[in-house]
Design a binder for this molecule. Structure first.
Ligand code: DAH
Length: 369
């Protein structure tokens, strides 16, 4: 670039014009060499603006004599115009190529079946609950539900567990502080402010008997809560299934027969049940029921501590006080009830040795069931 000062010589003008031409053809070559919009953006500052090859020529223009300026200016404008047009065209073309490539990359065949068993399924506890419901519905039972937040009345008092009853210590209870708010209603004798997370599904027995005159044949599955620390066989939140029958002439033999029938319907004929005397405030007499160990089928193993039996739940004849609390005449009607843990049942059925696995949300574990 000649430093032009004052009127330029013809040789200076020729050099300027040659520089313009060189910048033009270099620019066009750079545009043609850009293979992507990114590359084109990189060459852009070399084409236009002050730092471009034409920038200094544009500056030199100011120091030319007016008649000289017209010729060089025209050449400069033409070169710039040519570069702009070439740049815009290349930019359009490269954008179109980029778009085509993107479409190609993101192309989806909507008729394609995705590989692998990616679909989700119900949690093992839900599956177990549904299977249990099927078995009991097949035996003529209805399914009832109740709230998870309960009043002291339904969870304890109506079940023959008055305030100071020592058997309350059988349930480590989580109490709720709701202040003045409670929409649960308070049963006779209960305190409205005394709201807790139900420790068992037995309160649903009370709710059913309150509204439904006997005969009653119902099961109540649901979530229950205890102030327990999680370990291999305990969780602070778990699930139970309650059974309740109230009818004329119901005896302990009906209870034993129903549990036996259920056991073989759910586990198969090789598994049977037995009853052991026990104590629950809401039943008299009370029993605990065991089933043949599903792991060793009665032969004796580690799971059943070599007894051949595993404990499933509690049961008994509904206590006359409980019937009275629900306005049912115990001279006319008798009943039995039972309750067991759904999670434990699923655990045994599948030979799972840690209850916590069911709730750790590990898809590798859950997808097995
Ligand atoms: N509610 C008892 C518990 O959580 C289980 C139970 C025992 C339920 C005896 C019953 C029953 O209906 O009759 O430990």
């Amino acid at each position: 670039m000649p430093a032009v000062n004052g009127p330029a010589t013809d040789a200076d003008l020729d050099t300027l014009l040659a520089d313009i031409d060189a910048a033009r053809s270099q620019g066009l070559a750079a545009i043609a060499a850009a293979l992507s919009t990114d590359e084109l953006a990189q060459v852009e500052s070399g084409l236009f603006g002050r730092k471009s090859a034409l920038g200094p020529i544009k500056q030199a223009l100011g120091s030319l004599a007016p008649d000289q300026r017209a010729g060089v200016g025209r050449a400069l404008n033409e070169a710039q115009q040519e570069l702009r047009t070439a740049h815009a065209q290349a930019s359009d073309e490269l954008a179109a190529v980029a778009r085509r490539e993107q479409l190609q990359r993101e192309w989806l065949d909507l008729t394609e079946t995705p590989p692998g068993p990616e679909r989700g399924h119900l949690h093992l506890v839900t599956q177990t609950t549904e299977r249990l419901e099927d078995v009991f519905v097949g035996m003529g039972f209805t399914v009832s539900e109740g709230p998870q937040a309960e009043t002291d009345w339904y969870n304890f008092e109506a079940l023959n567990l008055p305030a100071a009853h020592p058997a309350r210590s059988m349930w480590d209870t989580l109490y709720l502080d709701l202040g003045e708010r409670t929409e649960l209603g308070d049963g006779e004798g209960g305190e409205a402010s005394n709201v807790l997370l139900r420790t068992h599904t037995s309160p649903v027995q009370i709710r059913v008997m309150e509204v439904q005159p006997p005969p009653i044949y119902t099961i109540c599955p649901g979530r229950v809560f205890r102030r327990d620390t999680a370990d291999a066989s305990h969780m602070p939140v778990f699930h139970q299934l309650e059974g309740l029958v109230v009818d004329r002439g119901i005896s302990f033999a009906d209870l034993a027969g129903t549990l036996e029938e259920f056991t073989s319907a759910y586990f198969g004929r090789s598994i049977s049940s037995r009853l052991r005397p026990s104590y629950f405030p809401f039943t008299e007499p009370s029993a605990e029921f065991d089933i043949t160990c599903v792991i060793c089928e009665g032969a004796g193993c580690q799971t059943c501590q070599r007894t051949g039996w595993i404990e499933l739940g509690g049961c008994g004849m509904v206590h006359p006080n409980v019937l009275t609390n629900c306005g049912i005449d115990f001279e006319e009607w008798t009943g039995f009830a039972f309750g067991f843990g759904i999670d434990r049942l699923a655990l045994m059925r599948h030979g799972i040795d840690d209850l916590r696995d069911m709730y750790s949300n590990d898809i590798r574990f859950l997808s097995q069931f």
